[in-house]
Design a protein around this ligand. Sequence first.
Ligand code: NAP
Length: 491
Amino acid sequence: MKVVLKVIREEQRALFIIFGGTGDLAQRKLYPALFNLYKRGYLKKNFAVIGTARRPWTNDYYRDVIKCSIDGMFDSQAQATDFASHFYYHSHNVNDKQHYEELKALADKLDEKYDLGGNRIYYLAMSPRFFGTISQYLRSEGLVTERGYGRVIIEKPFGRDYQSAKELNDEISRYFDEDSTFRIDHYLGKEMVQNIMALRFDNGIWSALWNKEHIKNIQVTLSEALGVEERGGYYETAGALRDMVQNHILQIVSLLTMDRPKSASEKDIRQAKVETFKALKVYSPEEVYQNFVRGQYGEGEEQVAYREEAMIDPDSMTETFVAGKLEVQNKSMAGVPVYIRTGKRMTAKMTRVDIVFKNEAPLFGGGIEPENVLTINIDPDLGLDLRLNMKKVGQEFATKKTKIGYRLSKEQVAKIPEAYERLILNVLQGNAVNFTHWDELKYSWRFLDAIRNAWDEQELPVDFFPNYACGTMGPQASAELLEKNGDHWIY
Ligand code: NAP
């Protein structure tokens, strides 16, 4: 039985083929992540990377790009040069079958040169519309070897609704089985997100209290301070619901609300997560209108409104903010409201979870807000806060709200691997616990489609948006959503 917590501290051997090797994701995230794995000794001599895209780059030029993307991270020029020497560029249009023959010849040559044992990781860092074609040619043109493993890493977005996600999955699964398919959600690579399971299941106090008897509500906030920036073209067709809720938020919710897995094995954790997604109550249109709020940012002192951003329709009805109340109908959490909130141009960039505990009859008044709150700070702070009621110092016997906190030290934070580094190492080691299984996706889209469809059917006047100002925590309706239940946002 594979124990998820175990990271094998040994050198890995593999060939990476990065489709979209000239792109933004590859340069900003993937090359630095590979470099960190190299610095930490997980990749040493026996690895090679083929970057592919249409641009006619040479190996030398590509290696200069690699060095630029790890600028400031290397200890010496010699180290950077040695790392970059493992990179090869292959100009390639993914729709062109003939190019795969050349790619295979190069892959086989590097396999021999670096003694890679046939292990190959195919990173699809490009638009999902190419995923099916690439997967097909990788198989038909013999790039997936008989020896070693062949694993494919897929980036979000995985579909835009259940139907398109299923079609995409059907296409890929014709060529790669589920165990070889790693769907990235980089939030699952974050230190404090990974900490949720440790906190819940390895501490008696939280194991005892983390259930519907003791939790009043759960709040998940993923706020961004930035606007849509240069992603207008994509964002117009996606919106906050698809961009943030379907993946990152629902993944965090599943970790917070899942029933205790039978063991720490990958299989049992995955099973517990899938059951949680299945238990998400799918709303009728009426319930969507009651339980979900959408927003779009207007202008701020120095910022333009969403509708005035580049590549955005001046009458756009795309939401840049979502708040909602979810119900997870499982053993632990049935009946506990799970409030979620995400948006652009909000007060600050922050990811946090607040667990609000019941405290129905405080004997001494219980401070200003009677509830105990456990806050899990995920980003940019990493740590925990616990809000308790304590006696005020002095003669008088009254209680006051007190916060005790724990923050990871600067030294600890410096040691934390970046999400992509951690997740790529998981793929190298064949550990899929921090990746999204198709069954999780299937149920998350079922849940999301109900909201999207209800919203699409609702006719709103154009002046419904904008409904929140830059630098705020979203529209007033978001606060009212909680007030209806006698709750309020902790942050
Ligand atoms: P990007 O900068 O536009 O890169 C796209 C890559 O695809 C480029 O290398 C491009 O190179 C290549 N390409 C396009 N058409 C091709 C073709 N027919 N044949 C071969 N190569 C082709 O996009 P990105 O930001 O890196 O994003 C890549 C994927 O990751 C997208 O699905 C995105 O949603 C996802 N993602 C990105 C980020 C991020 O931070 N950037 C975060 C999460 C998810 P050529 O033009 O040289 O062909």
